[in-house]
Write a protein that binds this ligand. Structure first.
Ligand code: M6R
Length: 615
């Protein structure tokens, strides 16, 4: 989703902004732009582009032939919400005088009423965005005598919504002013430079001494100067963040795209996530959890929330929590929880699952759960992300930076971490039989090797995908633990291959959707040997009887299942509760192959953003 990078100072801040934009690309964007204060301090230089996949190259070309020396510079990648993805709606946006520029992530909810007031007082707007409003509001405050930081602070008092913004003003050429509400923003300075960014990765080449702005804080960033104030104008100390990884980890490393690299990193993601947390004898320890054994024992109910693949991980975790820890557990889509007035009984532990730790729906669901009295944990892959900072405790996955828009290794790491937590909770609650903690720990610790064995068969999955790449109607079916796997498989196919793929509980098909099945339909079923295998295979027969081609994920050596299917995605046998971790991998590869055969960009599928920072 939208990304912000601002650099001031340095000999070439424009080059640093271009580099930052490239690091922000993975979030997904449809247009991009840059503004810089000309060294004379009299004017702004701005360039914008809206070319799918090529906007940053265009900016670079313009910059090469472009401006003279610049002082403070801002860059932005936009994912359209208000106003079509076009050059005129691309950020940065300017005020009427062309001397104030703003970049923005998020949504200004009361933009219509603010725009009407601005129109009445004679401001001329040139875009259909909510963002441009802020440039004009700031202009009005500057005309009334405020400097840039004070103008932004005053404007924040009237804005509603979730946002992060960064602004420059030609009259204060080395200064960037940044502010946020909900959407993340980090700031940092050295003696010779200052940086503002929506992503830590984009800021790292300027400095590793970074600070996370809190809600409703306004920062003045200039070389040798970092001043942060709250909405009342009082000085506050920003929170320092600890950056433990480097940008190099986010390069392709010889793979054709990030997605295939990240699929291959899954054994490592699983192993790293369990490291030091689950030991072979069954002992567990989760360092940043923030809940002691007594608090864990007091848990009466677990509520898991997330979006997309993270929600699917919640659906799997529900089973592990109920079976191992004997605690009622529910999974809910984050964007639904917030608006249904949930009743959270005492002793509810809410776990918000989010790779990015930024997804605004999940963040709001987490806040809502806390407001209603739950203890909240964030399960995230991003250290110091907004959700990690706000939660009572954190379950960090250790998948490393995930660049491909489709979740792969982060999803697997979520599954593994949630199951490790279920084991931890079960031990604290004393709900496991003797010897069980050791057995379950062994199963979890064996997962990295099992994924490795799955990946040895990668070519089989890819060739099956290529064989079915022209099909237009897919149905993904599963039961119990197989259902979230089917849902994840279907999501991968939809988002990457742009093909209709409906996921359904296998037993529910005959209650309606079976009327869609006819020759040409492709059914993908999770058919590993669980206690429900016979029932799943009965459902398979119902599909075949109506002319569908049925493919399935099946256990290695299970000839009987292979005979009953038209194509198999073989996986090493695992116990049912941990099986989603291995079963999902062939479905990722299958979707990848269909998408590649159709000529799609697997790292940056159309219309999608890696980080969804709007509701
Ligand atoms: O960063 P999050 O885990 O909160 O993101 C949630 C979803 O947007 C994400 O899982 C999305 O569904 C993936 N692109 C799916 O591959």
């Amino acid at each position: 989703m939208c990304g912000i990078i601002g650099v001031t100072g340095l000999s070439d801040p424009l080059a640093a902004v271009l580099e930052g934009l490239e690091l922000l690309e993975y979030r997904g964007y449809d247009s991009a732009g840059i503004v810089g204060v000309e060294a004379s301090g009299q004017a702004l230089w701005r360039v914008r582009a809206a070319e799918h996949g090529g906007s940053i190259d265009r900016l670079r070309a313009e910059a090469d032939g472009g401006p003279g020396p610049l002082r403070a510079c801002l860059g932005h990648t936009r994912w359209a919400t208000h106003g079509a993805p076009s050059e005129e709606n691309a950020h940065p946006h300017l005020d009427c005088s062309g001397r104030v520029a703003v970049v923005h992530n998020g949504i200004i909810e009361n933009h219509r009423e603010l725009a009407a007031e601005l129109d009445r007082s004679g401001h001329k707007r040139t875009s259909a965005t909510d963002t441009e409003i802020l440039a004009h509001l700031v202009e009005a405050e500057i005309d009334a005598g405020a400097d840039l930081a004070e103008a932004v602070r005053r404007c924040l008092l009237v804005l509603r919504g979730d946002f992060a913004v960064a602004l420059v003003h030609a009259a204060e050429p080395d200064l960037i002013v940044a502010a946020r509400r909900t959407s993340p923003l980090v700031v940092g300075t050295t003696a010779s430079a200052g940086v503002v960014a929506s992503d830590v990765a984009a800021a790292l080449s300027t400095t590793r001494q970074l600070y996370a702005l809190e809600d409703d804080q306004v920062a003045e960033v200039a070389p040798g100067r970092l001043l942060v104030r709250d909405l009342e104008g009082r000085r506050v100390e920003p929170a320092r963040i600890d950056v433990a990884w480097s940008v190099e980890r986010a390069l392709k490393g010889g793979y054709p795209d990030f997605m295939s690299k990240e699929i291959h990193e899954q054994p490592r993601a699983a192993a790293d996530t369990l490291l030091g947390r689950v030991s072979p004898g069954g002992a567990t320890e989760i360092e940043e959890l923030g809940l002691d054994e007594e608090e864990l024992r007091a848990t009466r109910r677990v509520l898991l929330v997330g979006c997309g693949s993270s929600y699917h991980a919640c659906l799997v975790a529900r089973h592990a929590l109920e079976r191992w820890a004997a605690v009622p557990a529910e999974a809910e889509i984050a964007s639904e929880l917030r608006y249904r007035e949930p009743v959270l009984a005492e002793g509810t532990l809410a776990i918000a699952v989010s790779q990015s730790g930024e997804t605004v729906d999940s963040l709001h669901a987490m806040r809502e759960a806390r407001r209603r009295g739950a203890r909240v944990l964030a399960l995230t892959n991003v250290v110091d992300s907004v959700m990690a900072r706000e939660a009572d405790g954190v379950l960090y996955t250790r998948a490393g930076p995930e660049v491909g828009v489709a979740s792969t290794k982060s999803h697997v790491a979520q599954l593994v971490m949630l199951e490790a937590f279920a084991l931890h909770l079960a031990r604290a609650r004393g709900t496991l039989r003797e010897g069980e903690p050791g057995r379950l720990a062994g199963e979890l610790l064996g997962l990295a090797a099992s994924i490795g064995r799955v990946l040895e068969r990668e070519e089989d999955y890819l060739s099956l995908g290529r064989r079915f790449s022209a099909s237009e109607n897919f149905y993904y079916l599963g039961r119990r633990l197989g259902l979230p796997v089917a849902m994840e498989g279907a999501l991968k196919l939809k988002e990457l291959a742009y093909v209709r793929a409906e996921a359904y509980p296998a037993g529910e098909m005959k209650h309606g959707p079976i009327s869609l099945i006819e020759p040409g339909a492709v059914v993908v079923v999770v058919a590993t040997r669980t206690p429900l295998w016979e029932k799943v295979m009965a459902n398979v027969e119902e599909m075949r009887a109506r002319g569908a081609t049925v493919l399935g994920v099946a256990d290695e050596g299970d000839e009987e299942t292979a005979r009953l299917l038209d194509g198999v995605l073989v996986v090493p046998p695992t116990s049912e509760l941990v099986s989603p971790v291995v079963c999902v991998v062939p479905l990722q590869c299958f979707a990848y192959a269909v998408a590649r055969a159709r000529g799609n960009d697997v790292d940056r599928p159309r219309n999608l953003a890696k980080v969804v920072t709007v509701e």
